[in-house]
Write a protein of this length. Sequence first.
Length: 420
Amino acid sequence: MRMRILLSAFSCSPGEGSEAGVGWGTAINLARNHTVHVLTARRHRPAIEAFLLAEPVDRLSFSYFDFPEPLVRLVCHTVLWQFYYYAWQLRIAGWARPVAEQFNPDLIHHVTYGRYWTPSSLWQLGPPFVWGPVGGGDRCPRELLCCLSFWGRISERCRDAAQALAHRDPALRATARHAAIALAGTAETEKRMVSLGCPRTLLFLQTAIDAGLIAADVSSARAGAVFCSVGRLLGWKGQELAIRAFAQARIPGAKLMILGEGPTRRRLERMAARLGIAHAVEFLGAVPRSEVLQCLRQSIALIHPSLHDQAPTVVFEAMAVGTPVIGLAVGGITLQVPPDSGILIAAQSPDQTIADLAAAMRRIASNPALGCRMGEAGRRNLQAHFTWRRKAEMFDSVYRTVMAERASRAQPATAVDAWA
């Protein structure tokens, strides 16, 4: 059943990962079976139009909305961006109303940002509203807060306070109440969405991957003991745990590549020097996605000990090229990585977590055959369950359920129904 889907994707751009990749992957794959109109931010327009000029996509169109450009430039890359995003979501229904009247959608779907504690105003437009997948409900394990810097701990406390305040926000509660279904990226997020008043929830991972990125063969062993960590250099991303564990593992000739940029870089560089492993830890900074994939292909494991994450795209990228994943058993990664595709560590204390991460590194480095088996298992699991095409099929199932329930409610009651 082909439907007209009005898709809200504040972040949406081709050729990128993270939120922008989620928005784009959802839009372009839904357009295989439905007519899709995307509401997104104006800054994505050049990349989107360049892509569609080179590779036109049937049944896919876009509208671009933003506050005045001087305001965007002022708040971009500052903490004020979060307030800007909140305001954009409250304003989007007004901006999009003429579009919706012309497009006449069967259903409205919010996908990015994938954060449950920011409202959307699009439910006000009338058609059934699908919210998510969204995450953000997981918090840093209390036992590991001491691993963060002073400002890292302050940041986590501020995040917790913002979530608590958001639960008192009438706009957020209205979004929850009016969602025909709320898709939660993690189990903890689902609990929080229920507490907000969502009438129906479903556990549903946010990210997926293009099937074309999945390697055809990952059976060959990797040369050398090269580990890789990918992500913005932020305290909660866990690069400090990765460096400490790498130092403790003491694997002869091993190397740790850290890809990403962020405010904790100097702290991490000093830590590597203090631990005597500066020669074996290479900080590559922010690199294009193609280089990320190349580094993952060369690595015997992705080290991703994030303290709270919904479903990091890089985990799927590692699985796509047959690289095992070593991480913490917290957040969405527990749904991404089955036991045969990597090693997830319980986060009970700093010393235990670091020791177990180090043991996992030694295990992978000392047993190339195990790494190959895990890489192949991860690739097969990804191909079966987590491609964008497969995810579009899952969205179809959600849409059909929502529309069927709407149709059943629209049926007039019979005399027997009324008597019952």
